[in-house]
Design a protein. Structure first.
Length: 127
C-alpha cells in the first residue's frame, strides 16, 4: 500500500510583492492625471526659453573668451578682430535673458487656452 503525501506550500514576502507591484505599475497604461497634465504644461512653458537662453549665454561666453584670447595672446594683428569678437560675445551673453523672457511669453500665450481649460475642470472638481 502506497501512501501519497500531498503538501501545500505557501510563502509570502511583503518586499517581493511590493517590488512586483512597482514593476507592474510601470508597464500598465494609465490615464494622465489632470493635475499632472497641468504641471507638465506649466513646465513646458518655460523649458524652451530656458534651453535657448542657456545655449545663447554659453556660446556668447565662449565667443567672448575667444575674443579675449585674440587681444591678449595674439595682440599684434588680431587685436581689433579680438575686440570685435569680444563685443559680439558680450552682446550674445547679454541677450540671453531678454530672449528667455520673449520666448517664455510667447509659449505661455500659446499654452494659455489649454492651461485655462484644465484649471476650470480642476476648479469645478474641487469646488
Amino acid at each position: 500500500m502506497e501512501t501519497k503525501m500531498e503538501a501545500f506550500e505557501y510563502t509570502y514576502s511583503a518586499k517581493k510583492q511590493e517590488e512586483i507591484q512597482r514593476i507592474r505599475e510601470k508597464y500598465q497604461p494609465r490615464e494622465a492625471d489632470k493635475l499632472e497634465q497641468l504641471r507638465q504644461l506649466d513646465r513646458s512653458a518655460t523649458r524652451k526659453g530656458t534651453v535657448v537662453s542657456i545655449l545663447l549665454g554659453v556660446v556668447g561666453s565662449l565667443v567672448l573668451g575667444i575674443g579675449m584670447c585674440f587681444t591678449m595672446v595674439w595682440a599684434g594683428n588680431l587685436f581689433v578682430p579680438g575686440v570685435i569678437l569680444g563685443l559680439a560675445g558680450l552682446a550674445a551673453a547679454g541677450a540671453a535673458y531678454p530672449v528667455y523672457g520673449r520666448i517664455t511669453r510667447r509659449e505661455r500665450a500659446r499654452l494659455a487656452p489649454q492651461i485655462l481649460a484644465l484649471t476650470e475642470v480642476l476648479s469645478r472638481k474641487n469646488g
